[in-house]
Design a protein around this ligand. Structure first.
Ligand SMILES: C[S@@+](CC[C@H](N)C(=O)[O-])C[C@H]1O[C@@H](n2cnc3c(N)ncnc32)[C@H](O)[C@@H]1O
Length: 273
């Protein structure tokens, strides 16, 4: 049986994100920003409302909400990410804070969102309860996650390569399954248990543009946390085989110097009664 260790997992994630704000922005920024507008629509973000972006990272969703005229706060548990968000979006307010224990009072926000954050949490249920707590009655919360790896081609390629050539069970702090909320029923269950009403889930298509060749291997090895841990734990000879397999798969999505990978996302939302 897998035993999840939320504190160890949190420390592992924290150390990882502290090290990669620049790489994440460069490699994933153009992808995760594609979910920002659908996410803000699902959270009902408009002019003059108070909006909270949880696990804001480089602040894409916060900045998009500010553009809509909302009053925005972005929080992230990584000071390095917060520093980067402040640098990228000087007009927006960013603060350090943990999604599982938000340093904010009850009922302060009209809307909140979390873009690809929930899959990095040791206690995602607690983060849903916290999002609910900081919303006013009638406030909306929306979060995004990746679709399953059969559809998110970049994840499918790396996981298949590790399964075929490497050791998929490595000694890393155990967290909840990465694709847990890729199941719409699980999103709805999570929202309802946290107290949200009218839960709904939609899917949006997104495309990940990467350099051809080792673009995907490098992205996964250098600009992620859990997947990077999985790759770095492989023996060097095995890692070479994984890289070659990923290169060959990426070639199927490559034209010239650029690969375009389908990476759809689910957007889940609910309303605080
Ligand atoms: C995949 S990134 C998503 C960043 C951003 N929301 C985006 O749209 O690209 C995950 C972010 O969650 C943050 N994070 C992970 N665990 C967290 C926690 N417990 N509390 C707050 N932020 C957390 C990381 O520091 C990282 O910035």
């Amino acid at each position: 049986m897998t035993i999840i260790e939320p504190e160890k997992f949190r420390a592992f994630e924290h150390a990882g994100w502290e090290n990669i704000p620049g790489g994440y922005h460069e490699v994933f920024g153009g992808l995760t920003v594609q979910a920002a507008e659908p996410l803000l629509n699902a959270a009902g973000v408009k002019r003059r409302i108070n909006f909270l972006d949880i696990a804001t990272g480089p602040g894409y969703v916060a900045a998009a909400a500010a553009k809509r005229g909302a009053t925005v706060l972005g929080v992230d548990f990584s000071p390095a990410m917060v520093a980067q968000a402040r640098q990228l979006h000087p007009g927006v307010d960013f603060r350090a804070g943990d999604a599982e224990q938000l340093p904010l009072g009850n009922g302060l926000f009209d809307a909140a969102a979390m873009n690809f954050g929930i899959l990095h949490l040791g206690r995602p249920e607690q983060a849903l309860v916290e999002a609910h707590r900081v919303l006013r009655s009638g406030g909306r919360f929306a979060f995004s996650v990746w679709a399953p790896p059969q559809e998110t081609i970049g994840f499918g390629i790396v996981l298949r390569a590790v399964e075929l050539h490497g050791e998929p069970r490595v000694d890393l702090p155990e967290g909840p399954p990465f694709f847990r909320y890729s199941d719409p029923d699980e999103c709805i269950r999570g929202l309802v248990v946290a107290g949200f009403e009218s839960p709904s889930v939609t899917k949006v298509s997104q495309l990940w543009r990467l350099p051809a060749g080792d673009g995907l291997f490098n992205a996964m090895k250098d600009s992620t946390v859990r997947t990077a841990g999985l790759l770095r734990a492989q023996k060097p000879t095995v890692l070479n085989k994984i890289r070659d397999a990923m290169r060959a798969e990426l070639a199927k999505y490559t034209k010239g110097d650029v690969a375009n990978l389908p990476m759809p996302a689910l957007i889940a939302s609910g309303i605080k009664p």
